[in-house]
Design a binder for this molecule. Structure first.
Ligand code: SAM
Length: 222
């Protein structure tokens, strides 16, 4: 297994990875508004995994759904490396990764370009002073609104009761349609979707091993 520096070096060679640093956000991501035509070369739905880490959902769902396109987003290139390497070795043409801060996500995608968002085990940011950093804070949801289709779903999987309850509050306060919610996904999978329990991320495995219950909710922004 390569070390962190070797992973960074290889990351730059992957055809399925791009990087959007702060200095470039004014120009926007070169594929913004062109992901279908210039990268995937099809009109299939685009699904994002935010805070993808090693990209288990991005790669797992892409294998199960070859007629959909998946993009994992995270700031940590050495984590993305795992998913990007796997997708590259397996010639997965429906996978891409973007290394950037999710705070800049609106510079990566154009209006209506994205069909669905998955947020998988986000950093819970439990301190009250860090609420604005939570990926389901309205600051972030307003960014997603700029490119998520009107009917687009947002899926959240988390071990954190604080983060889960906080998200349900945001949904209720803003009267967003809530399709499913459960505080124990493995006891009750309300949507019945197999990918919710079949795909387990690195962090999910860590938290589950400690006995944490996995929470899930699915909602829309309109
Ligand atoms: C707890 S890890 C979960 C990783 C993966 N989804 C999993 O379940 O194994 C949270 C991930 O979110 C990323 N992350 C958190 N805040 C971010 C932000 N504002 N922009 C980009 N990535 C972020 C971190 O780098 C980290 O990889």
């Amino acid at each position: 297994m390569p070390n962190k520096l070797e992973k960074f070096a290889e990351f730059d060679t992957f055809q399925n990875c791009t990087y959007l640093p702060f200095e470039k956000i004014k120009e926007g991501h070169p594929l913004k508004g062109k992901w279908h035509e210039d990268y995937f070369e099809n009109q299939n739905p685009i699904i994002l995994e935010l805070g993808c880490g090693k990209g288990e959902y991005t790669v797992g769902m892409a294998q199960n759904n070859p007629n959909k396109n998946y993009i994992g987003v995270d700031i940590k290139g050495n984590r993305i490396w795992t998913g990007a390497k796997f997708a590259s070795l397996n010639n997965m043409v429906n996978v891409a990764f973007v290394r950037t801060r999710i705070d800049f996500i609106e510079y990566c995608f154009a209006e209506n370009e994205v069909d669905e968002i998955w947020i998988t085990f986000p950093d819970p940011q439990p301190q009250k002073t860090r609420t604005r950093k939570r990926l389901t804070n309205m600051l972030f949801l307003n960014r997603y609104k700029k490119f998520l289709k009107k009917d687009g779903l947002i899926h959240l999987k988390t071990d954190s009761t604080t983060f889960y309850e906080y998200t349900l509050e945001v949904i209720a306060e803003n009267k967003f349609p809530l399709l499913y919610s459960t505080d124990d996904l493995y006891e009750n999978n309300p949507s019945g979707k197999e990918e919710l329990t079949n795909i387990k991320t690195h962090y999910e495995q860590l938290f589950s091993a400690r006995g944490a219950k996995i929470k899930y909710c699915c909602f829309k922004l309109h």
